[in-house]
Design a protein around this ligand. Structure first.
Ligand SMILES: [Zn+2]
Length: 258
C-alpha cells in the first residue's frame, strides 16, 4: 500500500507560537525539528501497518521546510508546484494523511487559522458552504478516488475534519488559545494518538470525498486590489469589490485563483 502525507506545520505537535512556523524567525529551527519528528513517527507507523511506500509532501509555506536527510530513509519527498497541491498523487495510493493541519479562516480558537493565505484570503465557500484547506485537499485526493485516512492538528482542525469527512480518524495535538497561541499535549501522547489514528484510518478508510460537481466556488479576498489582480482570468466572475467566483467541473480547480 502507498500512502501520501500532505505535511503542513501549524498543527504539528509541540508547535505553539506563530514564530515557530515562520522561516524568518530564530524559532523556526525548533518548529522544524518538531515537524520532522512528527513525520518520522507517522512514516514508521505507516510502515508498521501495511505501507510499502510513503510520499511526504512538504506543504507549509513555499515547501522548503524539510531536508530529506532528516526524514525516515524509507520516505520520499516532494513539494507542491503551481497548480498542483499533491504532484505525485494518483489512484495507486491507498490514502492521504493531512498532518500538521489548521482550521479554515475565521475559526474561533483555531491555532493559526487561515485558508491558503492569511494575508490574502478572507472567506472561501464551495456551493455557499464555508470551506478550508481540508476540503480543497480532500477533494483533490477524491478526484483520484483516494480517501483522506487521517487528519492531524488542533481541536478546531479535528472538528472541521470530522464535520466534512464523517468517520475520518483524527489525531489532536493541541488546543488553540485564540489564534496565536496553543496549549500543546505532551509529545508522547501526540505520538500515541497519531499511531492510533493511522492504525484506525488505514484499517477502515472512509469513502473518498467528492464535492458535487460542477461546484460554484467563491473567494472573498482581504482587499479589493487582490480581486483586481484576477481580472481577465478565464471563467472568473467579479461579484463585488473583494469577491470573485467560478463554476468548476473538476475538483482540482477548487483552488479558484489558479
Ligand atoms: Zn502552513
Amino acid at each position: 500500500m502507498k500512502y501520501y502525507i500532505h505535511a503542513d506545520m501549524e498543527g504539528t505537535a509541540g508547535i505553539r507560537a506563530p514564530s515557530q512556523v515562520d522561516h524568518q524567525s530564530a524559532d523556526f529551527a525548533a518548529g522544524r525539528r518538531l515537524l520532522v519528528r512528527e513525520l518520522n513517527v507517522a512514516v514508521a507507523a505507516l510502515f508498521e501497518h501495511d505501507a510499502s511506500a510513503v510520499m511526504v509532501c512538504d506543504a507549509h509555506g513555499t515547501g522548503h521546510n524539510l531536508d530529506l536527510a532528516d526524514l525516515d530513509p524509507r520516505a520520499t519527498l516532494e513539494r507542491p508546484v503551481a497548480g498542483c497541491i499533491m504532484p505525485s498523487l494518483d489512484a495507486s495510493f491507498a490514502g492521504v494523511l493531512l498532518l500538521g493541519h489548521h482550521a479554515m479562516a475565521g475559526t474561533r480558537d483555531g491555532f493559526l487559522e487561515h485558508t491558503m493565505s492569511s494575508r490574502e484570503w478572507f472567506d472561501y465557500r464551495i456551493d455557499g458552504v464555508a470551506a478550508g484547506e481540508i476540503a480543497i485537499e480532500a477533494a483533490w485526493a477524491g478526484h483520484f478516488d483516494v480517501p483522506v485516512v487521517v487528519v492531524g492538528g488542533d481541536e478546531a482542525t479535528a472538528a472541521e475534519a470530522a464535520a466534512l469527512l464523517p468517520g475520518v480518524a483524527t489525531a489532536i495535538t493541541k488546543r488553540g488559545l485564540g489564534r496565536n497561541a496553543a496549549c500543546c499535549l505532551p509529545l508522547e501522547e501526540c505520538d500515541r494518538r497519531l499511531r492510533a489514528a493511522i492504525a484506525a484510518g488505514c484499517a477502515r478508510p472512509p469513502a473518498p470525498w467528492r464535492p458535487r460537481l460542477p461546484a460554484r466556488v467563491e473567494l472573498t479576498f482581504q482587499r479589493a486590489d487582490l480581486a483586481d489582480a484576477c481580472l481577465g482570468r478565464p471563467g472568473l466572475e467579479r461579484i463585488d469589490g473583494r469577491t470573485v467566483a467560478r463554476t468548476v467541473a473538476d475538483a482540482r480547480q477548487l483552488m479558484i485563483t489558479w
